[in-house]
Design a protein around this ligand. Structure first.
Ligand code: ZN
Length: 166
């Protein structure tokens, strides 16, 4: 395993639509293993393959139980509700913005061996599914915000909503 460099906003690869994964081989497994290690080291909530410069439809999402979920060729099947909270991205380091997302999301995806599965999540993990899947179509969360939060705005949010929302 190896830590890969996370590319940042401004790099043209983050604007590209990623291709489906068709080979569930050693190369994919190495990519997913490296993404897990890179995400762990960066202490993020999720990482999409294009963020390490690979234009393939694969993401890792850290769920509520701190498990890293591997989603290959993920698609949103259903979504409902609404939640608004500060959101950040490892490719937009040190910045946060308020983003509204569905509060419930059902997805389908393949595992690293090509088996399809469905999964439904609420809250932060549902938010993360949306954020990471958007990366695969060349979109960043900053497209949803009107400004980056100041430190004061961010602190005020967590004072109101509690540290556990962080
Ligand atoms: Zn991101």
């Amino acid at each position: 395993m190896a830590i890969r460099r996370i590319i940042t906003q401004g790099d043209a690869r983050l604007r590209k639509k990623c291709r489906q994964v068709t080979d569930f081989n050693r190369r994919l497994h190495d990519l997913l293993d490296d993404m897990r290690e890179t995400l762990g080291e960066a202490q993020g909530a999720g990482l999409a393959a294009p963020q390490v410069g690979i234009l393939r439809r694969a993401v890792i999402v850290l769920d509520d139980d701190e498990q890293m979920l591997e989603l290959v060729n993920p698609e949103v099947l259903e979504q409902s509700g609404e939640q608004t909270a500060p959101e950040g991205c490892l490719s937009v380091p040190g910045k946060w913005g308020m983003v509204t997302r569905p509060s419930y999301v059902k997805i389908r995806a393949q595992d690293r061996f090509g088996n399809w599965f469905e999964m439904e999540r609420e809250g932060l993990t549902a938010r993360c599914f949306c954020h990471e899947i958007e990366h695969l179509d060349g979109h960043l969360y900053v497209e949803h915000i009107d400004h980056f939060l100041s430190d004061e705005e961010l602190e005020a949010y967590y004072e109101e909503h509690g540290e556990e929302a962080r």
